[in-house]
Design a protein around this ligand. Structure first.
Ligand code: SF4
Length: 312
């Protein structure tokens, strides 16, 4: 394995943007973000994946979604037209589309009027859009899109391992060289606490590398994370031995998840990441009480549980 870390101040979104891989799959499966949830806090995994409790959208996460959409559409243009200026013109239409999604336009609704204060909603939106444009501009410092022809964008990668574990994830961009060499590219727009950075980023990259290896029989030559806030990049070249070890790690995480679902026992794990958690009111670590474990919903979603389930 080789990993090149340009700087420790590279960043990653918390809360992360939700991807289609996190939506309800055909049967229980593991995505990089949900595996990371369970590793950091089993109760958070339960709330998100089993209870499917709603969470507030954040401007930071929505900005990440917007920037991803712009960079995806950038590659619809002929190579010579992939300029900074062209990319900036994609921001407004991408936003117009995004704001139609539930809970997004509300983020920019006016705050209740305060006596003597001028409403600043439009300025807030303008500044937010400008910050998205800045991230798009920074992208051009990291890559020259006129020289890249992606093989896939927002591409679903999934595989069922021999033990039945279904791994699913969406890669932002997949490049395939004429030699068949693979490069996976992931765009990052937000920030996490510094100490969580390296392990989390490498975990996600190894996940994609494993799925690609198991589906295509090729170990990706390079996995590349582009950090658009600071204009940094991290590249990683995995090898088979490491991917085999990582596969065993995912299987162990999955076994722990299955045990927790079977018994309904998901422990809270209080860390600094709790600051970003929407579920503190229901969390024992903050004096709350979780709702009863939804065994019926878990069974309906295909989980095995030893808890009483209402017959259908
Ligand atoms: S507040 Fe912290 S400990 Fe509680 S569920 Fe959220 S992440 Fe877990």
């Amino acid at each position: 394995m080789t990993a090149t870390l340009a700087t420790e101040q590279t960043v990653d979104p918390v809360p992360e943007r939700t991807t289609a891989a996190d939506a309800a799959p055909r049967r229980p499966s593991l995505s990089p973000s949900r595996a990371a949830d369970f590793k950091s806090c089993p109760l958070l995994y339960r709330f998100r994946t089993i209870d499917r409790l709603p969470e507030k959208k954040s401007k930071a996460a929505v900005r990440g979604t917007l920037v991803h959409a712009v960079l995806e559409k950038l590659y619809d243009l002929p190579p010579a037209q992939r300029t900074v200026e062209a990319a900036q013109t994609l921001v407004a239409p991408a936003w117009a589309e995004l704001r139609e999604e539930p809970g997004i336009a509300e983020l920019f609704e006016p705050a209740p009027p305060t006596e003597g204060a001028e409403p600043s909603v439009d300025e807030g939106l303008e500044a937010w859009l400008a910050s998205a444009g800045q991230l798009v501009e920074t992208y051009f410092r990291l890559e020259d899109p006129t020289r890249i022809q992606p093989h896939g964008r927002e591409e679903l990668v999934e595989v069922t391992l021999p033990d039945g574990l279904l791994l699913r994830g969406f890669v932002d961009r997949l490049d395939v060289a004429p030699t068949g060499a693979l490069r996976v590219v992931d765009y990052k727009t937000g920030a996490v606490p510094r100490e969580a950075f390296e392990a989390k980023a490498l975990f996600q990259m190894k996940f994609y590398a494993l799925v690609l290896w198991r589906t295509r029989g090729v170990v990706a030559a390079q996995l590349k994370l582009l950090y658009l806030k600071d204009g940094d990049a991290l590249t990683y070249s995995p090898d088979e031995a490491e991917l085999l070890r990582f596969e065993r790690t995912l299987q162990a995480i999955w076994a722990a998840i299955e045990r927790a679902v079977a018994t309904g026992d998901f422990r809270a794990n209080k860390t600094r990441l709790c600051s970003w958690c929407d579920h503190q009111a229901l969390c024992p670590a903050f004096g709350g009480t979780p709702p009863p474990f939804p065994a019926d919903a878990a069974a309906a979603a295909g989980w095995r549980t030893t808890l009483p389930v209402t017959p259908v």
